[in-house]
Design a protein around this ligand. Structure first.
Ligand code: AHR
Length: 540
């Protein structure tokens, strides 16, 4: 018997350290916050792609009438969507706004050649988008067509949306049921103009940006805030050359220009950085990197192992460095930081679910996706001085979605819960924070183990932490400098397997529960984060 107990104790002693690493340290400086976290960092993106608009937001009733989905809207209201980018994406440079106004049965039928080759009946157009915006209580962000449209077409759309009257376009809007202007402020001048938006060089795009935006003028009380095509991933050449070519027109006044930077996380092998002496990047092209090395990785959203976990987390963390690189270039041209860095598209891009249209980009969403979302949002917060907007791709049924639907059924993904847990950061003051919680490794991949962010609003402190280590918990001792905190409460999102996700049969498998791993004593906050977890703490 004694022998059996001893053996059990030894086994426990061997197992415990494997699950919980040594105590680490975090310091939060309360009361010295400087930058406000723009609420727009918690924004979303909705393109005419796959089953996002049609089925996701816009569905047919039994009588064949299209209408907005109440269940999806109610779920999204709960995360407080601050901004919704529309209609694309690649679709935006192919979209002609007149196709989507007027009587639904007279609207042009087209084939969505950007996504899936399916019929787009344009039943969801400008008025339906603004109805959705209103129902969600969000702000609009409309992307105009530079790739296949004209400056006149863009100027007319802007006028149609914003002119209070009495122009013909304002009257047409009224005749279509909306006498009041829609008052759009954020306006994208094309999308990915280096790629699907026209394959332009930064200089050619800068000329087009100037030409198109010149005719998008203040209407009524609304001055446009332009969002220009920004760089793709590590393409710092685009940032520098576009800002150089923009010349003195750069920023028309305080805060009216954003650069739309896109970065998707992929589950790819380690790629060593550019080696010294490598040929310079071709115009508008990212710098050359060595070919990826290592085993073939699965790009499935749910069928993956530790190699894929680490590869995708390593690639997700890379966005921190990319933001630093683009920001450093922006600082050269805009030292006052008036131009916003907008992360207009981000998230993890998996292989589509088996049996679905490859052009619909429908993917499942596990605890890994939640961890990736938490890391991104902590990183965006930490760059609050330059990153003023971000839009996760894409809200419903596409890429890293918050909501998945199947017929009348709907489920909330683990990523949804991260946005719900982080919503208190919107518009809060960022608190300086340092953390050293070590690293986690698998083969050649080493990642930072814990990411954290803290902010303060209305006398409450919100601390969000992500433990990216899928195997080990982390003990963290937190010093809260400059604050007398009396209470702590929190929630945790975690799972017992890396592949855990919600299904239409089991929609609540991954959802937050009360966090029991926080203790306050003598001004120190002790935390025990489980492996692969996202934690949100409220301190008062
Ligand atoms: O989000 C899917 C696509 O990815 C968008 O349409 C495009 O802008 C990007 O390449």
């Amino acid at each position: 018997m004694i022998q059996r107990i001893t053996r059990a104790a030894v086994l426990l002693a061997l197992l415990l350290p494997a699950r919980l690493a040594a105590q680490q340290k975090m310091v939060v400086q309360v009361g010295v916050g400087h930058d406000t976290i723009s609420r727009y960092i918690y924004g979303h993106f909705s393109e005419h792609l796959g089953r996002l608009i049609y089925d996701g937001f816009w569905t047919r009733s039994g009588t064949g009438q299209w209408h907005l989905r109440d269940d999806v809207i109610d779920a999204l209201k709960n995360v407080k969507v601050p901004i919704l980018r529309w209609p694309g994406g690649c679709f935006a440079d192919y979209y002609h706004w007149r196709d989507g106004i007027g009587p639904a049965d007279k609207r042009r039928q087209m084939v969505n050649s950007s996504w899936g080759g399916v019929v787009e009946d344009n039943s969801f157009g400008t008025h339906e988008y603004f109805e959705l915006v209103k129902r969600l209580g969000t702000e609009p962000f409309v992307v105009g067509n530079v790739g296949s449209g004209s400056p006149q077409e863009m100027a007319d759309w802007w006028e149609y949306m914003n002119q209070p009257g009495p122009s013909s376009l304002a009257k047409e809007r009224a005749a279509n049921g909306h006498p009041e202007p829609f008052n759009v402020r954020f306006f994208g001048v094309g999308n990915e103009s280096w790629g699907c938006g026209g394959g332009m060089t930064p200089e050619f795009y800068a000329d087009n940006y100037k030409r198109y935006s010149t005719y998008v003028r203040a209407n009524g009380d609304v001055r446009p805030f332009f969002i220009a095509t920004g760089p793709n991933a590590a393409d710092t050449a685009w940032t520098a050359r576009f800002l150089q070519a923009l010349g003195p027109r750069r920023g028309f006044g305080p805060s009216n220009l954003g650069l739309d930077f896109h970065y998707y996380t992929r589950t790819t092998n380690f790629r060593p950085p550019v080696t010294a002496g490598a040929p310079p990047a071709a115009p508008g092209q990212p710098a050359q990197r060595a070919a990826p090395s290592g085993p073939q990785l699965s790009r499935s959203a749910t069928n993956f192992g530790e190699a894929e976990w680490f590869a995708s987390l390593r690639n997700a963390q890379r966005i921190d460095d990319l933001i630093r690189q683009h920001s450093a270039i922006m600082d050269r041209y805009d030292p006052m930081k008036r131009i916003w860095l907008v992360v207009g598209e981000w998230g993890i891009w998996h292989e589509v679910e088996p049996g679905t249209n490859p052009g619909f980009l429908y993917q499942q969403n596990t605890i890994r996706d939640a961890v990736i979302a938490g890391v991104h949002l902590n990183i965006f917060n930490s760059h609050a001085d330059r990153v003023k907007m971000a839009n996760l791709a894409q809200t419903v049924n596409v890429l890293q979605a918050l909501v998945l639907t199947e017929g009348d059924k709907m489920l909330l993904t683990p990523t949804y819960w991260v946005f719900e847990m982080y919503k208190g950061h919107q518009g809060a003051v960022l608190l300086p924070l340092t953390i050293d919680a070590g690293t986690a490794s698998f083969g050649a991949d080493t990642i930072q183990a814990v990411s954290a962010s803290a902010s303060m609003k209305d006398g409450k402190i919100l601390v969000t932490l992500v433990n990216m280590d899928p195997n080990q918990g982390r003990k963290i001792s937190t010093e809260l400098q400059g604050a007398k905190v009396k209470t702590v409460s929190g929630r945790v999102l975690t799972a017992s397997t890396m592949q855990a996700h919600n299904t239409f049969d089991q929609p609540n498998l991954v959802r937050p529960v009360s966090f029991m791993g926080a203790r306050l004593s003598g001004g120190t906050l002790s935390l025990e984060l489980p492996p692969m977890s996202v934690v949100a703490l409220e301190l008062q």
